[in-house]
Design a protein around this ligand. Structure first.
Ligand code: CDP
Length: 221
């Protein structure tokens, strides 16, 4: 029987990780886990509380909440304690605060523990910022996906327009760069390319090209 791998895909905002990881997982018959959606869920839960931000508060919320995924053909539905948050975790309010929430040690501990449980049996494609470095340092295959900030902002802009959301492209690029900076400079589990990861600059590659490349790497393994 074919060995079921752990495939880690990391990279900055808007590099196409979630679209590509989902497509690759479907093709391989693997589970897809969007760890960004988990940190977004914690940020959403915090906003629901309408309280002043504190590391203690978000840490406690993260430890107590249950996050579940329900994969469907076009989207990966996300639930927090049984409430669907698939759309709610993508709002600008959540995006604005998520990096602050994800920098809290207790939040990361709670999420990483769940992520390890979800992936321990293999047969999983997990995307995020620290999968190859912290969550699964022994992953069978590690990919670091990136693209220029202009290209990433432009991709996110198209995605948002398609959803009927009006955003200024320049502002989007500024926000993405600010979030990248926060994610790269935080003390715990900063976004960086693992030494043994395959670095893919996708600036001039299509989604299908990148997915095919990843599938090839998995099959070659
Ligand atoms: O989809 P997008 O690229 O906008 O971001 P995301 O993957 O949904 O992740 C949202 C945020 O969660 C990131 O900016 C990080 O602050 C945090 N995150 C993290 O710290 N570690 C991960 N493994 C995944 C996401």
């Amino acid at each position: 029987m074919e060995k079921k791998l752990v495939v880690a895909i990391d990279g900055p905002a808007g590099a196409g990780k979630s679209t590509i990881a989902k497509l690759a997982a479907e093709e391989l018959g693997y589970i897809y886990i969007d760890t960004g959606a988990m940190y977004r869920s914690v940020a959403w839960k915090f906003l629901q509380e309408k309280q002043v931000f504190s590391p203690e508060l978000v840490g406690r919320l993260a430890a107590e909440m249950e996050i579940t995924f329900k994969p469907e053909a076009k989207l990966n539905r996300v639930f927090v304690d049984g409430t669907e948050v698939t759309e709610a975790i993508r709002t600008p309010e959540v995006t604005e605060i998520v990096s602050k929430v994800s920098a809290v040690g207790e939040v990361r501990e709670a999420m990483v523990a769940q992520q390890r449980r979800m992936g321990e049996a293999g047969g999983v494609v997990m995307d995020g910022r620290d999968i190859g470095t912290v969550v699964f340092p022994q992953a069978d295959l590690k990919i670091f996906l990136t693209a220029s900030a202009e290209e990433r902002a432009s991709r996110r802009h198209k995605e948002m327009l398609a959803k009927g959301m009006q955003v200024d492209l320049q502002q989007l690029q500024t926000d993405i760069e600010a979030r990248d900076k926060q994610d790269c400079e935080r003390e715990i589990a900063p976004l960086c390319c693992a030494e043994d990861a395959i670095y893919l600059d996708t600036s001039s590659m299509s989604i299908l090209e990148v997915t095919a490349k990843i599938l090839h790497l998995v099959r070659e393994h």
